[in-house]
Design a protein around this ligand. Structure first.
Ligand SMILES: [Zn+2]
Length: 85
């Protein structure tokens, strides 16, 4: 029985029918019984379709400025780790 992690690792090969038949069927069976992996696979399929068409939504207009602002700021100080008790 495949785990969800196995399915996510093989998702692309599954969609491209690049898995051996037995492995493809194992993923297929997992998808029948696992709604989380079905949702994941559905999302991956939609994303792949959008990428193939070049139809990605444009980034927000201020994204470039925010990225530049963030990269020019000094790194955030991390608090010192708690001493062991
Ligand atoms: Zn699953």
């Amino acid at each position: 029985m495949l785990r969800c992690q196995d399915v996510s690792e093989q998702a692309t090969d599954y969609m491209e029918h690049a898995l051996p038949v037995r492995q493809w069927l194992a993923v297929r069976f997992h998808l029948l019984i696992c709604s989380m992996c079905r949702a994941y696979m559905d999302q991956l399929r939609k994303t792949t379709r959008l990428l193939a068409r070049g139809h990605l939504p444009p980034p927000p207009p201020d994204v470039e400025r925010r990225l530049l602002d963030a990269s020019s700021r000094p790194p955030v100080e991390q608090p010192p780790p708690e001493p062991p008790v």
